[in-house]
Design a protein around this ligand. Structure first.
Ligand code: HEC
Length: 158
């Protein structure tokens, strides 16, 4: 191969690399998509809590469903708050209902996010124990960790 061909090939593969890199970055950094992703993440929390509530209220949910629900809550609680609440995704971006105060009071918000973890662990333990009253109590405590954050950092729906 002569030098010109080698250079042309190198330039072509470099530009392909750049397209791949920037294309991927643009996809991940679209704030509207990040809001949608966060809302999906939150829905997982809601679904998990709902599964436990269905058992507690004796509405057809099995103990096994409740255990899976608590596991889902714990899995989300373990996510890094920074990845869930990416800066630049406050109310005004897409359908975001996240108040700007969430980022202004970041350490508080992060603490509230982390508070879900021990609550979800206790919820899982209560479910293993199988006692409905204890599960109900642990569910209430977990739900409080959601409510405390929503109270301060989530725009109320009209
Ligand atoms: C650190 C704060 C924080 C914690 C903790 C938290 N949330 Fe949220 N949640 C928010 C914010 C902020 C929004 C608004 C997100 C948006 O619109 O982008 C939200 C939105 C939601 C939504 C609506 C999602 C949608 O479709 O628009 C649900 C459901 C929800 N949260 C459930 C929960 C449950 C259940 C828990 C507890 C197990 C929980 N959240 C814990 C901050 C929190």
């Amino acid at each position: 191969m002569n030098n010109r061909v080698v250079n042309a090939l190198a330039a072509a593969s470099l530009s392909a690399l750049l397209v791949a890199a920037f294309g991927g970055m643009a996809g991940a950094a679209d704030p509207t998509d990040l809001v949608k992703e966060r809302q999906q993440t939150m829905k997982k929390l809601g679904g998990g809590m709902g599964a436990v509530a269905k058992f507690v209220k004796n509405e057809g949910g099995t103990l096994d469903d409740a255990a899976k629900g608590a596991e889902a809550v714990l899995a989300v609680a373990k996510l890094d708050a920074k990845a869930v609440f990416v800066p630049g995704t406050a109310v005004g971006v897409g359908e975001s209902a996240a108040k700007p105060e969430l980022w202004q009071s970041w350490s508080v918000a992060e603490e509230r996010w982390k508070a879900m973890q021990p609550a979800a662990v206790k919820l899982g333990e209560a479910i293993k124990g199988g006692d409905r009253a204890q599960i109900a109590q642990a569910l209430g405590a977990t739900s409080k960790t959601c409510g405390t954050c929503h109270e301060d950092f989530r725009v109320k729906k009209q």
